[in-house]
Write a protein that binds this ligand. Structure first.
Ligand SMILES: C[S@@+](CC[C@H](N)C(=O)[O-])C[C@H]1O[C@@H](n2cnc3c(N)ncnc32)[C@H](O)[C@@H]1O
Length: 246
């Protein structure tokens, strides 16, 4: 457990290390990770413009929080060469898997923040992210652990701050109680509109999104998944949203 980030006392409850890495992945951690990792020192200069984390120009910056084995962020990076992507993941074996994909396919538009996404969110500039994915976050099903869930009012405040007006927040889960929790917290927050118009909009995976490892595991168990797409509301004050948008 890493007890502290910046001046906020926070605990990361997930795993940082799994099984021993094979030689190739160990070599990639030594050689490639330093080239694509976001230097925590760059975050001390707050607020931090994510565009400066890349040595290439792009139309947009997208963020994936908890990329696991990196299948989704790698596929998005290949499909969207005009976009720069930041992936956050503290689990070292997952980071090594993504490095493997980056190296194999010569992907040049991903940067990795190998730590708790909340530290990065704290440092990012206001309205600097064009899209954010949080796919199959740990459901923490026991009631006494619910407060560990990533979707929380505190983290939604951070997301609302760093996301641009109109930016998409894409969530997914196969844990239906967490899906209800996601809807309750995200709609109750006030800065996000749910984009669904009918059941097909949340029951079917968006066409541009590949299956993630956790989604695959859910399918094997026979569990259904839900895909929730929200839009960050405009910050401009209107009579309708006056006093509601953080
Ligand atoms: C259940 S896994 C899902 C992984 C992947 N998104 C997928 O669908 O296969 C949740 C992931 O979120 C990561 N995670 C948990 N808390 C996080 C945090 N505060 N910041 C970044 N990643 C986090 C975990 O390490 C884990 O890899």
């Amino acid at each position: 457990m890493i007890p502290e980030t910046g001046d906020k006392k926070r605990i990361f409850y997930g795993r940082r290390f799994g099984h021993k890495l094979r030689t190739r992945k160990r070599q990639l951690v030594d050689s490639l990770l330093p080239q694509v990792a976001i230097d925590p020192a760059a975050l001390s200069k707050t607020p931090c413009d994510p565009a400066t984390m890349f040595n290439r120009q792009a139309d947009q910056v997208w963020l994936e929080i908890g990329f696991g084995g990196g299948e989704h962020i790698a596929a998005q990076a290949r499909q969207n060469p005009d976009v720069n992507l930041i992936g956050c993941e503290p689990f070292f074996n997952g980071i090594a898997s993504l490095l493997d994909e980056i190296d194999r396919d010569g992907i040049g538009n991903i940067r990795i923040f190998a730590d708790d996404a909340r530290t990065l969110l704290d440092a990012l500039d206001d309205a600097s992210i064009d899209r954010c994915f949080i796919l199959f976050p740990d459901p923490w099903p026991k009631t006494r652990h619910n407060r560990r869930r990533f979707i929380s009012n505190e983290n939604l405040n951070s997301l609302a701050r760093v996301m641009k007006d109109g930016a998409e927040l894409r969530l997914a889960s196969d844990h239906m109680e967490y899906v209800r929790w996601m809807l309750f917290h995200t709609l109750g927050h006030g800065a996000f509109d749910w984009q669904a118009r009918g059941p097909q909009d949340w029951r079917i995976r968006p066409a541009d999104a590949p299956q993630t490892r956790y989604e695959e595991k859910a399918l094997v168990r026979g569990a259904h998944s839900a895909y929730l797409r929200f839009q960050r509301k405009s910050r401009s004050i209107t009579l309708e949203n006056c006093g509601k948008i953080p």
